[in-house]
Design a protein around this ligand. Sequence first.
Ligand SMILES: [Zn+2]
Length: 526
Amino acid sequence: MFDLLIKNGYIIDGSGQSRYKSDIGIKGEKIVFIGDSDDKNSKRIIDASGLIVSPGFIDAHTHHDGVLLNNPQHASSLRQGVTTEILGQDGLSYAPLSPDNYEIQRKYLGGILGNAPKNLDMSSVKAFRSHYHKKVSINTAYPVSHGALRMESVGFFDKPLEGKQLDHAKNLLNEGLSEGSVGLATGMSYHPNAWSNTEELIELCKVVRENNGVYITHLRDVNPERGFGGGGVPEALEIGRKSGVRVHFSHTRTSADNAGKVSEVLELIDEAKNEGVNCTLELYPYPTGSSFLLSNLPSWAHEGGPKNILERLNDKNSRKKIIESFKLNKKRRMDEVLLSYLPKNPELEGMTVSQLSKLRGISMGDLICDLLIEQDLQVGFWLIPPQSISIWKQLSKDAMEFLSRPDYMIGSDSIPIGNFPHPRAYGTFPRFVGRLRRQFGLISLEQMIQRISNNPAKTFNLKGRGSLKKDFFADIVIFDENKIIDTATYDDAKQFPVGIPYVIVNGSIAVNNEECTGVFAGQAVP
Ligand SMILES: [Zn+2]
């Protein structure tokens, strides 16, 4: 007798091998049987006739560290078939942090992680993990945050991390890895991470490699003179070469200015792989991204953290310099920014920066400074998708081409806060598995499932997950391969996908007939 028996489904086991028809028996948290079963006494039987039964999807890149604490049901991911997420992305997270530093970081990251609860113990990775373990609907894994290491060692300042302070950061990292962290994550467009140099990261990554962890990087575009080869891909690869660490590239894709140039984007990475640098990558299937507006301030304006930033925004001379810097930064175009999260004025969410600046009769630079002050720095945005459908279509095709490579996986980069979040928070997985697979082909369903289960499980050392095998954790999604599709759009993002009737997390039914059950069986993994 099983606790749960899934009958008559087509099993795609995560290995990339062809599907086969079989039943799966589950007891407690684990898969205990795969084969033909006539057992009628199981506590619950799901008839999966005509449906695909696959390992639960693993989201390699999410910004849910705060939202999960406020909303443990987390339907936006769960309903997509996601059963495990890697938090801590871009090095923007909460552990390990002292109580004072947690308060600083909580405020600083409000525009991307939402308004996380006050006074939580984030003093260690162990403490961090305890807030999610069996308290949320989904499994979570955590790479130590580069930003947190810097804050605990040199504070929120533009200071080199070297000598005793570097030793302190390395000790904290080592401790985090021994407490179940899967590696180290950084984002070099963000602070305090971008105050680092390549040497600092090589030193930290030696610790990651000794623990067989992974280095997860959003590439540097701030302070490029501090990065080997001007930052970007060359810096990430140099860190891999010099430390021997495995390098995981966040959201690596084409955009409107290089649509169709997939091999160009990957050229340096493929060369390095041939030399023996171990690289994996991820992406989301949308033409534009999303972030928090605070990150667009120039590097010097971040020093000291939220209190000092607000002082600068209110100071006439500093404000003038900040606005000047917007004009000089050609990479971050303010006229393409749509405001998705304004917690104190939700009625303005959905407007663009240029629209609201015209309405208020001020420049876009002044508007950005005003909004950051008014919202206590908590402003989220996304970039408007291209007007040309043919470019958009090319970017979708590129996304499929990236994912057809065996070193790729999916990272939604989801930020589900505000009334108008980027649709990737609700649609990433069914968009790939349903819409784009049916539209473009290029990869079989079996291969695609491998990319989003077995592949990330190996990359992030998630033992006993990412495959449908006996004795593995019963993280399972059951879906209709012809019906599965995203319904979230840029103008109406909070829409759940269809064609995914069941999601099982650690043996517990978390989604039943396309409805969340309110069971919080997610574990802090591995
Ligand atoms: Zn991200």
